[in-house]
Design a protein around this ligand. Structure first.
Ligand code: UD1
Ligand code: CA
Length: 461
């Protein structure tokens, strides 16, 4: 049987009170609609069609290459939204999964179970349901005495008796494709919201004598629909737990998984340990045997094996195997830290390559620079890269030694094995094996103490 998917994503989501389209809000670093589309693509459908509304170019952008699009000019309801996919789907034979774009927690396995149940029962329509502890806001599943599904009533249309029902419409359906579009033609909008409800298709098909059923999933939490920021935070919590547990199953240790915030696409190697209050975002990859302490924030970066990150921020940067950083250091975009290199505390590195086994231990700024291997950068060194208009580059060769408090005013080349005396301000290139010293000479004034007026009456004069 051929499978198709329709994702409903045209609603603005007024309850979010946001400039952003509802389905573009992110859960663990990935938009809700991508979560839905990615989970649905796991069932290997022939086509995924996402229904988008006016000004939803951004939705099309995030789903580019993953989905086709149908356009719903006015948001007249979920039934009307599915109808916009008619030209693309109505003539196709098979089953169509309809999912709302604001339910980011569904898994491929659940969609597969729904398809399997739908086929097994030979249904024209199957709704995915769950028992909600607090069903407020969801459509309720109304069954007869034998348990057959009669219809779905929306929160705003339900009679008090109906609203007591805790079995809810998760917003996911499986339909016989052609029957779906035939039935949609008969959906009206005579209801509290004046909308064309997709949910009415069930009753229409049933009245035509078609088989209609419900597949109840064991766990409600997957079906959480996000209509406001409170539900968005709840969805994030559930997703976070799911992500962290998946990493734990793959051999990653979490000291406090409740406070480790790992985005959906992050990869982590086994035997890496992550303390509490760690944030790892975007397309970050972390190797094996790393140790990441509390207060670390790693974004779109690549970390090798056996790297220690102590309470530091790393953005769009790379750290090779056996290197370490922190506490309280900052890798800004394009910092490339070589194998075995040591970046200590209060160090900022930007757009700079640091060679193997080089040490940048304390209170240093390195910007726009290429550093070789086995270099020692003393405490408080400044790579002065900016003249107020342009940025300039500094090169430091292998085995160079830069004394504490040096300022290297770019553009500068410091050759291999060069030595720079502490507190030097370097404005000229330094040759191989040479030493540069550029600082005021010290002058001592003998017996200066006794010339101080204040010292006169003191007993120690
Ligand atoms: C819907 C269901 C409800 C179910 C709940 C599950 C209907 C009538 N109600 O209610 O039974 O319990 O989902 O989460 O189907 N959309 C469009 N075009 C429209 C209207 C909506 O594309 O004209 C999209 C929205 O972007 C959203 C989805 O459809 O992603 C659901 O719409 P929403 O308004 O959130 O429906 P609910 O009130 O949550
Ligand atoms: Ca919703």
């Amino acid at each position: 049987m051929k499978k198709y998917v329709v994702v409903l994503a045209a609603g603005k989501g007024t309850r979010m009170k946001s400039k952003l389209y509802k389905v573009l809000h992110k859960v663990c670093g990935k938009t809700m609609v991508e979560h839905v589309v990615d989970a649905a693509s796991g069932v290997n459908p022939e086509e995924i069609i996402t229904v988008v509304g006016t000004g939803a170019e951004d939705v099309e952008k995030v789903l580019a290459g993953k989905s086709k699009f149908a356009f719903q000019e006015k948001q007249l309801g979920t039934g009307h939204a599915v109808l916009t996919a008619k030209d693309l789907l109505a003539n196709k034979e098979g089953a169509t999964l309809v999912v709302t774009g604001d339910t980011p927690l569904f898994t491929t396995a659940t969609f597969e179970n729904l398809f399997a149940y739908h086929n097994e029962k030979g249904n024209a329509a199957t709704v995915l349901t769950a028992e909600a502890p607090n069903p407020f806001g969801y459509g309720r599943i109304i069954r007869d005495d034998q348990g057959n599904v009669l219809r779905i009533v929306e929160q705003k249309d339900g009679k008090p008796e109906e609203l007591k029902v805790k079995e809810i419409n998760t917003g996911v359906f499986c339909f016989d494709n052609q029957k779906l579009f035939e039935a949609l033609a008969h959906v009206g909008n005579d209801n509290a919201q004046g909308e064309y409800y997709l949910t009415d298709v069930l009753e229409i098909l049933r009245n035509e004598g078609q088989r209609v059923g419900a597949y109840k999933m064991p766990d409600f939490s997957e079906s959480l629909g996000v209509n406001d920021r409170i539900a968005l935070a709840q969805a994030t919590k559930i997703m976070q737990k799911r992500i962290n547990e998946a990493h734990m199953r793959d051999g990653v240790s979490f000291i406090d998984p409740d406070t480790a915030y790992i985005d959906s696409d992050v990869k982590i190697g086994n035997d890496t340990v992550i303390e509490g209050n760690v944030v790892i975002k975007g397309h970050t990859e972390i190797g094996s045997d790393c140790y990441i302490t509390n207060g670390s924030r790693i974004i779109d970066s690549k970390i090798g094996n056996n790297v220690t990150i102590t309470s530091s921020t790393i953005e769009e940067s790379e750290m090779a195997d056996n290197s370490d950083i922190g506490p309280n250091s900052h890798l800004r975009p394009k910092a490339m830290i070589g194998k075995g290199s040591h970046i200590g505390n209060f160090v900022e590195i930007k757009k700079a390559e640091i060679g193997e086994n080089t040490k940048v231990g304390h209170l240093t700024y390195v910007g726009d620079a290429t550093l070789g291997k086995d270099i020692n950068i003393g405490c408080g060194t400044i790579f002065s890269n900016y003249d107020g208009v342009k940025k300039f580059h500094t090169n430091v060769g292998d085995h160079a030694f830069i004394g504490a408090g040096a300022t290297l005013i770019a553009p500068i080349n410091v050759a291999d094995h060069a030595f720079i005396a502490a507190d030097s301000t370097i404005t000229k290139d330094v040759g191989k094996f040479d030493m540069a010293i550029a600082r005021g000479r010290q002058t001592n004034k003998p017996d200066y103490w006794h010339k101080l007026p204040l010292s006169k009456d003191k007993e120690w004069q």
